[in-house]
Design a protein around this ligand. Structure first.
Ligand SMILES: C[S@@+](CC[C@H](N)C(=O)[O-])C[C@H]1O[C@@H](n2cnc3c(N)ncnc32)[C@H](O)[C@@H]1O
Length: 262
C-alpha cells in the first residue's frame, strides 16, 4: 500500500457509515445497498468466471504488453505473465460481482469500459445482461487479443472490443452511441485523464446513467479527481466504497454522498 492509500483508508474507515444499509433513509440507496450490494443471490456466471480465473492463475503463458503509464505517453514493451495480470490487474471477484449485480439490476443497454486488460471485468459486465452491448477499450493490442480468448471461453457474445488509446477511441465510441447507460473507468489513473473521461461521458449520460470509477484512492491525483466528480453539479448520488466510486445523475434524488464499507 502506498502512503496516500494507507492514510485514505484510515480516514475512510473513520467516516464510513451505513454498513449493510443501516440508517439509510433514501429508498433508492436502501435498495441499492440492501438488495444489490448485500443481496445474497449467487449467479452461475460467478462460478464460471472464478473457475476460469483459477485456470489463469496456473497459466505459465507470458505475453508482450505495451505499458500505458499514468499519462498519455506509451511506454516500452514488457513481458507479463497471464497469471500476474489475472492477480494484479484484474478486478477482485467481490467488486466484479458487484459490477455484475448493478448491471443485472439496472439493465443498462449501452456500456463502455475503459481498460479491458485480459477481459475479467468485461466478462462480469457482459454476463450480467446478455442483451446489453459492451464497448471495451484497451490500448495494448496483445492484451486485447488475449481478452478475446476470455470472451470465447466464457461465452460472452455482447462485447465490442476497441483497441487503441482511450483518447482516440472514447470519442469514437461515444459518438456511435445515442446514450451512455453505464461506464466503468479503469485505466490511465491520473487527474487530468479521469476528469476528461468523466466530462466526455457526460455528453451522453441521462437521468438513469451510472458511472463507476476504479482505484479512487490509488493516488492523490485520483482522489482529487474523484472529489471533483462528486461535487459536479450533474451528479446527485455518489457512493464511496473505497476501491470503487459510483455516481448517479437521478434528479429525483437529492444530492448526497455516501461512504459505505463493502
Ligand atoms: C487496471 S487494467 C484494467 C483491468 C480490467 N478492467 C479488469 O478489472 O479486468 C487497466 C488497463 O488499461 C489499459 N490502459 C491504461 N491507460 C490506457 C490508455 N491511455 N489508453 C488505452 N488503454 C490504457 C492498460 O493497458 C491496462 O490493460
Amino acid at each position: 500500500m502506498n502512503l496516500h492509500l494507507t492514510k485514505s483508508y484510515f480516514r475512510f474507515i473513520k467516516n464510513s457509515k451505513h454498513k449493510k444499509g443501516y440508517g439509510l433513509h433514501s429508498p433508492f440507496m436502501f435498495n441499492l445497498v440492501r438488495e444489490i450490494m448485500y443481496g445474497k443471490q449467487h449467479y452461475y456466471a460467478f462460478d464460471a468466471i472464478n473457475n476460469y480465473r483459477t485456470k489463469l492463475s496456473r497459466s505459465k503463458e507470458t505475453i508482450q504488453t505495451t505499458n500505458f503509464g499514468n499519462g498519455s505517453q506509451v511506454f516500452k514493451l514488457s513481458s507479463k505473465k497471464i497469471s500476474q495480470l489475472n492477480k494484479h490487474s484484474s478486478i477482485p471477484a467481490k467488486y466484479g460481482e458487484l459490477l455484475f449485480k448493478i448491471v443485472n439490476h439496472y439493465q443498462p443497454q449501452n456500456i463502455i469500459e475503459l481498460g479491458t486488460s485480459i477481459g475479467i471485468s468485461t466478462a462480469y459486465l457482459s454476463l450480467a445482461n446478455t442483451k446489453s452491448t459492451i464497448h471495451t477499450i484497451e490500448g495494448c493490442k496483445q492484451t486485447s487479443d488475449f481478452a478475446k480468448n476470455t470472451f470465447q471461453e466464457l461465452n460472452c457474445t455482447n462485447i465490442n472490443q476497441h483497441t487503441g488509446h482511450f483518447d482516440e477511441q472514447l470519442p469514437k465510441v461515444l459518438k456511435s452511441l445515442n446514450q451512455l447507460d453505464l461506464a466503468f473507468i479503469d485505466g490511465n489513473h491520473n487527474y487530468a485523464a479521469t476528469i476528461d473521461y468523466f466530462k466526455q461521458c457526460l455528453h451522453k449520460t441521462h437521468n438513469n446513467s451510472i458511472l463507476v470509477f476504479d482505484d479512487i484512492y490509488w493516488s492523490e491525483e485520483m482522489t482529487q479527481a474523484w472529489q471533483e466528480i462528486v461535487q459536479h453539479e450533474a451528479v446527485t448520488v455518489s457512493i464511496d466504497l473505497f476501491r470503487l466510486g459510483i455516481v448517479f445523475f437521478r434528479k429525483e434524488c437529492q444530492k448526497q454522498h455516501f461512504i459505505i464499507t463493502y
